[in-house]
Design a protein around this ligand. Structure first.
Ligand code: UDP
Ligand code: MG
Length: 167
């Protein structure tokens, strides 16, 4: 019992949880173009067929301020304004994915940013409309993944998903 309690404490401890997640977690998003085109189901099927476990998932609608913050790293780039407008143009699906070496594995599954350059069979090759409207997002490093997961999923929500039966 003591061991079980210790384990539960660790699962719900934010620092321990995020330590466990490093390396095996990527943030992913189905972008508004793919949601609008009715591709959520097809993309989720590929996520699971590719061996990712969906640890958390939520449909979201970004405000302009949130889209600006999410893509703050691209501020000043020529495509930034268009990217922000696109990302808050409709619903998106935010996800936490788990797999060994998740960041690299998810980027491999989605393919290059521009679908014209994406490998055959990748999600962007199959579902993206253009370099801007490219169906899905993937984190670019473990650090970014942790930041992006926290951007969309409060620690409490993640802990609840993995925690003991709620009372
Ligand atoms: N993007 C764009 N034009 C570009 C580069 C990027 O519209 O020339 C958009 C595209 O939606 C991309 C996002 O900005 O997914 C973020 O760019 P990044 O270079 O981080 O590509 P990603 O990591 O998504 O492959
Ligand atoms: Mg990127």
């Amino acid at each position: 019992m003591y061991v079980i309690n210790m384990w539960l404490d660790r699962v719900s401890d934010p620092v321990a949880r995020s330590m466990w997640m490093i390396g095996s977690t990527s943030f992913a998003m189905i972008k508004p173009d793919a949601v609008q085109a009715g591709k959520v189901g097809a993309i989720l099927a590929r996520v699971q067929e590719a061996g990712f476990e969906i640890r958390a998932l939520r449909m979201v609608r970004l405000s302009r301020v949130e889209a600006e913050a999410f893509y703050a790293v691209h501020q000043g780039r020529p495509f930034y304004a268009e990217l922000v407008a696109f990302m808050c143009s409709g619903r998106a699906v935010a996800m936490v994915l788990e797999k060994a070496d998740a960041v690299a594995a998810w980027r491999l599954a989605i393919g290059a940013t521009d679908p014209a350059e994406a490998a055959p069979g990748t999600i962007r090759k199959l579902f993206a409309e253009s370099k801007g409207r490219n169906a899905v997002h993937g984190s670019d490093s473990d650090e970014t993944a942790a930041r992006e997961v926290a951007f969309f999923f409060p620690e409490r929500e993640l802990a609840l998903l993995d925690g003991p039966v709620a009372g």
